[in-house]
Design a protein around this ligand. Structure first.
Ligand SMILES: Cc1ncc(COP(=O)(O)O)c(C=O)c1O
Length: 374
């Protein structure tokens, strides 16, 4: 019997070594300053998570989920890993599964874009399509059972798998990179929620390290997170999913922890995409939709500082590369077909960044909650 256990322990050790070696080979993601002429005294920074090997902030989560599952004894040599995701998480998990020689299956709604399927298959994953989008999680659990594998279940484990005290988590990295800036301790850190794991990590870290920083969560239009933050009602559900990839959920996910937030902003989708376009031009490269959502909320935090007559730093996330959305958010035909044309709004975001003049339509359309006074 001990030979079996020896082999199992040896496999887990080698798997952890490979993930740690990959981490050692990787450098940290950049912190990019974005000038805000319209908000003198406020320094805005973008944490560029698109520079990870798998192109998004989910590279960190996937690494944590695999280490968490390995050290819990949930993964076996050659046994499949299954995840309910059509997006960034599946791309990143496929990368780590291949590194460990494990088959990877991403369960997603039929109709998922061929580009996303191709991105997962590029890293060696297989895509399993289901007709009913609300059955993705249940089908993942069933398939993992059938394959005698493991359902990674990012929505449940995201907040547990990530080391929120340190260990180079995203917050640790942000404070390290701000050390020589004029405002080394940010007044605000802003991020959106898909699983809620990133916000949980940032919020817990700020509290644990006793930083003066406030944490602002941002929600997409078709999502329950903002209403849950306001009402505390855990039963909120919607009959359709978010239009901003990666953020917003039709039900309250277990890794979304409203208690770590000081404020929340809910941004209409047309303004998320408008900010995405404006920022892409300013950076000279495309960013994803959830980065646009982050930018709008970060500007709200900049306004709060300005209104209080204070300077300070605001940090938000550049979550993924916009090239992934060349067939959707960067396609005029797609925007038109989805009623999300945003040319005028994008010009208004430009004016806001340059002059500090707030578009009335945005102030009418968004929702604010918590300790955010504009
Ligand atoms: C592009 C993008 N932005 C933001 C997020 C939100 O991250 P989290 O799941 O940590 O809340 C995700 C999550 O999938 C994402 O893919």
């Amino acid at each position: 019997m001990s030979a079996v256990f020896d082999a199992r322990r040896a496999w887990v050790r080698e798997a952890v070594r490979r993930i740690e070696a990959d981490f050692q080979r990787s450098s940290d993601t950049h912190l990019i300053p974005l000038p805000l002429p319209g908000f003198p005294g406020v320094d805005l920074y973008l944490k560029d998570e698109s520079s990870h090997p798998t192109g998004s902030l989910k590279h960190r989560l996937a690494r944590s989920l695999f280490l968490h599952a390995l050290c819990n004894g949930w993964l076996r040599e050659g046994a499949a890993v299954v995840e309910a995701s059509s997006g960034s998480t599946a791309v990143s998990e496929a990368y780590f599964a291949r590194m460990l020689g494990l088959p990877f299956v991403a369960v997603m709604p039929r109709g998922t874009s061929p580009q996303k399927i191709a991105a997962i298959e590029f890293h060696g994953g297989r895509c399993h399509l289901v007709d009913d989008p609300t059955r993705v999680a249940a089908e993942s659990a069933r398939l993992a059972d059938e394959l005698h594998g493991h359902f990674m279940d990012q929505f449940t484990h995201a907040e547990r798998a990530t080391d929120w005290r340190s260990n180079n988590n995203i917050a640790d990295s942000i404070y390290l990179q701000l050390q020589r800036e004029r405002h080394p301790c940010p007044a605000w850190i802003v991020a959106g929620a898909g699983t809620g794991g990133t916000l949980a990590t940032i919020g817990r870290y700020v509290a644990y390290r006793r930083h003066e920083t406030r944490v602002c969560g941002v929600d997409a239009e078709v999502s329950v997170f903002f209403d849950h933050y306001v009402s505390g009602d855990p039963t909120l559900v919607l009959d359709r999913g978010s239009r901003i990839e990666g953020i917003g959920r039709p039900r309250v996910e277990p890794s979304f922890l409203p208690g770590v937030l000081d404020a929340m902003v809910k941004v209409p989708d047309v303004w998320s995409l408008a900010a995405m376009h404006s920022l892409s031009v300013r950076l000279g490269r495309r960013v994803g939709g959830s980065t646009g959502t982050n930018l709008v909320a970060a500007l709200a935090c900049a306004q709060a500082l300005k209104a209080a007559g204070r300077g300070g730093a605001v940090v938000t996330l550049l979550c993924d590369d916009g090239q992934r959305y060349r067939h959707s958010y960067f396609d005029d035909g797609w925007l038109q077909a989805n009623g999300l044309e945003c040319g005028a709004e994008s010009d208004a975001i430009d004016a806001l960044i340059d002059t500090g003049e707030w578009p009335a339509a945005l102030r009418r359309g968004w929702r604010l909650a918590g300790d955010l006074v504009l």
